[in-house]
Design a protein around this ligand. Structure first.
Ligand code: NDP
Ligand code: OXD
Length: 306
């Protein structure tokens, strides 16, 4: 089994020994331009030249959950694209979203300001029924997030492409379910994959349908949000705050207006990181299953784009 490894922003000195230890029967090499064609690849945002040269791949393993950076006509139709399924990311997403939600609900930003001025100020508890949380995307990560939010007693709603039943979550689906889902949501969490259907789905029109004083938590992809629509919605009070982990341009440019807006919390695409042990175990297990001719989870449907 020959495997080429081509992962941007990834420490190959750590990953290659880990993968070789998990797959001693394989030959695993760091991809470089002109390398011979391999049967399998492990990638994260590979350059176009990689696709131009690696034309005989049986399967391409993405080192993340989102495959948007891989999609396009450069992919051979004979290559399976396999994404990470959870691999330790669902718990991280649940932590991130619950933190952002509770920080807003319990007004911790206001307490930070009070503390800076040595002020001892009580704030009245807010009724949690007034903070229904809506999770867009109920897949490997979104379902975990929805369940985690439910533990704190917030009303939870979810929206997905196909109809779902999840205990404790009011589920909506497809385009006809979108408007009722938005209407009853105050805290909107985006956990969708980026596809032709979901690009720019967070915009003036959709965000205006949320309950007034809404909060946006975008932990999926920057291209889901029409960035220029955000600050006018905050100015008008339709949105009270936004917590953004992902941006159209990453790193977020130093002169971007979001940096200086105290209503917007920015983190550097870190909501759920690819974890070494879980990822090595998942990819090596799937590679072996494929070699045995077994079906594996996480194969991307190229028509749907996720
Ligand atoms: P999944 O593929 O498991 O789940 C995707 C969910 O979105 C499914 O419920 C799917 O519906 C739903 N969906 C897709 N298209 C539509 C649509 N047009 N309308 C309504 N619902 C739709 O993905 P994951 O949960 O594993 O990951 C989600 C995304 O999170 C990734 O694609 C990635 O972009 C992002 N991510 C961000 C990270 C970060 O650190 N910020 C880290 C990891 C991932 P159905 O169930 O019916 O198919
Ligand atoms: C992913 C990511 O898609 O880290 O896994 O964004």
């Amino acid at each position: 089994m020959d495997i080429t490894f081509c992962c941007a922003d990834t420490n190959a000195d750590e990953w290659l020994p880990g993968l070789r230890a998990a797959l001693p029967e394989a030959t695993i090499t760091l991809w470089q331009a002109g390398a011979p064609p391999a049967r399998y690849a492990i990638v994260w945002q590979p350059p176009r030249q990689f696709f131009a040269e690696q034309l005989q791949l049986r399967a391409l393993f993405n080192m993340g959950a989102g495959v948007d950076a891989l999609m396009g006509p450069h992919l051979s139709p004979n290559t399976l694209v396999v994404r990470l399924n959870d691999a330790g990311m669902a718990d991280q997403m649940a932590e991130y979203v619950c933190h952002a939600l509770i920080r807003h609900f319990r007004e911790f930003a206001a307490y930070d300001q009070d503390m800076a001025q040595r002020q001892w100020t009580y704030r009245e508890p807010l009724p949690r029924e007034q903070f229904p949380v809506g999770v867009m995307g109920l897949g490997a990560l979104g379902e975990r997030v929805a369940r985690a939010v439910g533990v704190f007693g917030f009303p939870v709603r979810g929206w997905s492409r196909s109809a779902k039943q999840i205990t404790g979550v009011e589920c909506f689906s497809a385009s006809e379910g979108f408007a009722p889902f938005l209407r009853g949501t105050r805290v909107l969490v985006n956990m969708l994959p980026l596809t032709a259907e979901t690009e720019s789905i967070l915009n003036r029109s959709t965000l205006s349908q949320l309950q007034r004083g809404a909060v946006l938590i975008n932990v999926a992809r920057g291209r889901h949000l029409v960035e220029e629509d955000l600050q006018p919605l905050l100015d008008g009070g339709q949105l009270a705050a936004a917590v953004l982990d992902v941006f159209r341009q990453e790193p977020l440019p130093a002169d971007h207006p979001f940096w200086s807006d105290s209503r917007i919390t920015i983190t550097p695409h870190t909501a759920a990181r690819t974890l070494f042990q879980e990822t090595v175990a998942q990819i090596s297990g799937k590679l072996r299953a494929l070699e045995r001719g077994e079906a594996i989870a996480g194969v991307v449907d190229m028509q749907r784009g996720y």
